[in-house]
Design a protein around this ligand. Structure first.
Ligand SMILES: [Zn+2]
Length: 142
């Protein structure tokens, strides 16, 4: 994975873990025989929580990506795998500068989704799509 220089290290590390399939979702914990109670996605409670689901398919993620598309003025983000998602900037017809910006934003969004999921799962904090988006935008201005 290409590290992105303008975003915080924690967002790069999260992106790297996604690429290595090291995000401790319920599905991956189960694979490692870790005892977990409920393996449903905590954000929608309707499907088993895989990292593809969490970062791409879940309705929370899709609403967030939709907003990001509009905000960055880029075509719809179509991703089927985490690799697609993390490489989306490469497919854009845009300047290198814009590609780098989109790459960073994608990683910040993934990090925010993961944090929101953890806050919900472990601290019972409800998901607020607006606050995910405002976190992303605030970080972008750094
Ligand atoms: Zn879900």
């Amino acid at each position: 994975m290409d590290w992105c220089k303008w975003i915080p290290a924690k967002c790069n590390i999260n992106g790297w873990r996604m690429e290595m399939d090291r995000i401790p979702t319920s599905e991956s914990l189960k694979k490692r025989d870790v005892q977990i109670g409920d393996s449903l996605c905590p954000m929608c409670n309707s499907v088993e929580e895989t990292s593809e689901h969490l970062f791409i398919a879940c309705h929370v993620a899709s609403i967030v990506w939709n907003e990001i598309n509009l905000w960055c003025k880029i075509p719809n983000i179509f991703a089927f795998s985490l690799k697609d998602l993390l490489g989306i900037h490469k497919e854009l017809r845009a300047s290198e500068k814009k590609k780098e910006a989109v790459h960073g934003i994608v990683m910040i969004v993934c990090w925010s989704l993961w944090r929101a999921r953890n806050n919900l799962k472990f601290s019972n904090k409800p998901i607020k799509i607006d606050s995910i988006l405002s976190d992303v935008k605030a970080m972008d201005y750094l």
